[in-house]
Design a protein around this ligand. Sequence first.
Ligand SMILES: [Zn+2]
Ligand SMILES: [Zn+2]
Ligand SMILES: [Zn+2]
Ligand SMILES: [Zn+2]
Length: 313
Amino acid sequence: MNAGNNERKDSVRNIAWLICAESIRLKYFENLAEKVHNGEKEDAIRHFLNPKRCIESWFVRTINSNSSGNPEQKYKDTFSAEFKRVLQEIRTCHSYEEIKKFVNNYMIQVDNVDYKLDLYGQITENDLKIFQDIIEKELETKGNNHPPRREPFQKPSDDKSIMERLGCTEACYLCGALCWGSRDHHENVDETKIHHSSHQSAGLACVTNDTDELVATPCHNRTDDTNMWYFNKNESTKRSFAKVQDFSDWKFDDPHCMHVFNDLMCWFFDKLHKDLAKSRNLKPASYDDLKKNGCLSLNYNDIISTLKTKIGE
Ligand SMILES: [Zn+2]
Ligand SMILES: [Zn+2]
Ligand SMILES: [Zn+2]
Ligand SMILES: [Zn+2]
């Protein structure tokens, strides 16, 4: 079983774009961007309305449906090769003690072959050959019953080390940008537990200004005296206050992380702000705001190829 499980996980681990969070997210957003570019906006809109859930479920779906590698065959091959080796070892044993030791030691390593050798009777050396034959027969019967299993192999998404590559997928409340921390970093006790991101146009998370227009400015460029609207509150909250009161688990003023995605997110905002606004009964971003934040006249192909170069794809 392990051979099959490992084969399945290894074939996922070896996929080039699965090597780190940057390349995984590039793959994900590239996919969404391509659809938007072709006029299919639904998936991208769904993502920006619920970033964490969308990227998580895409990732799990993608790695579990990866069909390269053949876990069943690998399992069978490994099993029969190992089995041959066992039989050979038993044939070359010179005493019961040797056989007993070998079989008992070996069988604990082979899953689901329940074969424990216990010798109490006094068997003479002459019977050794007969005894070897009996064990071989018994093991063969067990072995033959063994391979055609119907149990599914473990899913790659059950493997912690594979899921870790996706990183932390918490989304900033005020712009929807995904955190760039490591998986489960929020459980740390020091300041590395704070979520941090490369903040994007706030309107991507349907954040508005005082007149219900989606905002193109990313979190780190908004000033502390800005009125922030969130959590469906009836009143706005000053940004300086919001940071401390409601979002102390996030960093907002430090745009250092992964800004290579900035242009792509600006492009998404330009393409989707009208649809996002409509889905929440809000107003789209103003032309001036889009322009000021560099969301206009971005070229899809340039953005993707620049991103790929920067990430080293
Ligand atoms: Zn943000
Ligand atoms: Zn985080
Ligand atoms: Zn930077
Ligand atoms: Zn960081």
